[in-house]
Design a protein around this ligand. Structure first.
Ligand code: FAD
Length: 473
């Protein structure tokens, strides 16, 4: 009898438990359903990635069924058409997915269909790791200590698959309508990214070979190539954290000089686990302040400032470089995400949820757990967050993490000819330096949207209302 394997955020063949166990039962019918009931719906950059990832995955099977709509009714109709007697999938942890999958499992079981779910996307299930008192973690360090000390299952091999023919079922990839057109803002992204399992594995190999050495010290430098850029591959499940964990540990065992870098890399991977842990136990974090005291913050409402931030036109080069990297590539370096997000929340005092929504639409790695916890970390409203009163100085951050200004020069070419002393703060340059670099502030590059010191003071004044509520949950 046929087993339907319902692919979701696990778009790979290797270390895919649902596919692995289904193949042991007999013939397999792989399906992807574009869930039109999902909230939030996919952002534009994610859709682009998904298109290419599905193209890559479907080429691994003789028949791969693509559907769109409500997953429950789509699965039921597929069962009717094929006579399948089981549906296997790998678990997702977004609140919408958790309740959807629970309902589908119950419904299928009622109909006598064997519905099984597996863990493919995390090192440890969110309910497996507990504090000493048995509750969920709210602080990262103890979470990391426990996660690090627990054994991780080794990755599963690629299964031998016997396929169920399904030639006349489903739709063509183009009919899912995932790619942008009019305008095609992602033109050229295929030169930057290789979505799909092969791209993910190649990305891991390349990072382990060329970027890992020095990661612990250099991962904060957007001008260098010391981060893996695996986040979209991880989000879409083209590679599993178990595969990464196993390879990195294997490398550290053979090359002890890499041990510190590997440790740091694995701890970053576990920030992802922590974000999923938080999302699972506190499912409102994408929409609500984790610390309720932040409900008292009086966010500013400024379309003009929000738009200037989105377009990379704030007048603060490190912020603008990051926002333009995001728009042009669907990615932003982690340090710059922190700086750009902090600028929106603290310098402009715009609600973090508006920033999260923009990231959601523009990031190829847009991920509900990581995005929500990243934004709440920056805003100070999250679990184990950066304290609100620590306001990043964008000039100092730029000088520290892009010391030669090469990241800024790449994304803000209109100020590229400014010297290193002014590239992080063009508004502090003399008229002569600006003239020599061909910069006309307010014309070729914006004047700063707000004054740093004044903005800092206003942010701290706004924080008084939060403090008055106490800082806890
Ligand atoms: P590497 O440094 O190579 O790290 C390896 C992997 O570890 C990453 O691919 C990622 O899966 C995980 N990781 C690393 N840092 C973090 C972190 N701080 N939090 C959670 N996981 C981490 N990450 C997303 O995947 N999707 C998002 O939507 C997202 N939104 C963010 C929003 C804000 C405001 C901030 C501050 C961070 C956000 N992050 C998000 C986390 C982080 O910026 C990215 O995971 C990281 O930049 C991805 O680059 P990389 O793969 O080269 O990272």
């Amino acid at each position: 009898m046929t087993t339907i394997v319902w692919f979701r955020q696990d778009l790979r063949v290797a270390d895919n438990p649902a596919l692995f166990h289904a193949s042991k039962r007999g013939p397999v019918l792989p399906v992807f359903i574009l869930d039109e009931t999902e909230t939030p719906g996919l952002g534009g950059a994610s859709k682009w990635w998904l298109h290419h990832s599905l193209q890559s995955l479907s080429s691994r099977f003789s028949d791969f069924v693509l559907l769109r709509g409500d997953p429950q009714s789509q699965l039921l109709s597929l069962i009717d058409k094929t006579g399948a007697d089981a549906v296997f999938w790998n678990r997702c942890y977004e609140p919408h997915a958790v309740s959807r999958d629970k309902a589908i499992k119950a419904h299928l079981n009622e109909k006598g269909i064997d519905a099984q779910s597996c863990n493919a996307n995390l090192l440890h299930e969110p309910w497996e790791l507990k504090t000493g008192s048995g509750g969920p973690f709210k602080v990262y360090s103890p979470f990391w200590r426990v996660a690090r000390s627990r054994p991780v299952e080794p990755p599963l091999a690629e299964p031998a698959i016997s396929a169920t023919p399904a030639r006349d079922i489903g739709m063509a990839l183009e009919e899912l309508d995932l790619r942008p057109s009019n305008p095609d803002w992602a033109a050229g992204w295929q030169e930057i990214w290789q979505p799909g399992e092969y791209g993910a594995l190649a990305g891991l190999e390349s990072f382990l070979e060329n970027g890992l050495s020095g990661y612990a010290g250099l991962r904060d430098r957007p001008d260098l190539k010391n981060v893996s850029r695996l986040s979209p591959h991880l989000h879409f499940g083209e590679i599993s954290p178990r595969q990464i964990w196993a390879k990195a540990n294997f490398l550290a065992a053979g090359q002890p000089e890499l041990a510190r870098d590997v440790e740091k890399f694995l701890s970053e991977l576990c920030w992802r686990e922590f974000a999923y842990h938080l999302l699972y136990h506190f499912p409102t974090i994408p929409d609500e302040n984790w610390k309720r005291s932040f409900n008292a913050y009086a966010w500013r409402d400024s379309e003009a400032h929000l738009e200037a931030w989105q377009r990379g036109m704030t007048g603060y080069p490190i912020v603008d470089a990051g926002m333009r990297e995001l728009w042009n590539t669907g990615y932003m370096h982690n340090r710059v995400r922190m700086i750009a997000a902090s600028f929106l929340v603290k310098h402009l005092r715009i609600d973090w949820r508006l920033g999260a929504a923009w990231f959601w639409d523009t990031l190829v790695d847009a991920d509900l757990a990581n995005n929500a916890s990243g934004w709440q970390w920056v805003a100070g409203s999250g679990a184990d967050a950066a304290p609100y009163f620590r306001v990043f100085n964008p000039m100092l951050q730029g000088r520290k993490f892009d010391p030669e200004g090469s990241y800024i020069r790449r994304w803000c070419p209109e100020i590229a000819r400014l010297g290193n002393d002014h590239i992080h703060a063009p508004f502090e340059a003399s008229q002569r330096s600006l003239f020599e670099a061909g910069v006309k502030l307010g014309e070729t590059y914006p004047k700063p949207l707000v004054d740093h010191q004044e903005a800092r003071k206003a942010a701290l004044a706004g924080y008084e209302a939060v403090k008055a509520f106490g800082d806890g949950r």
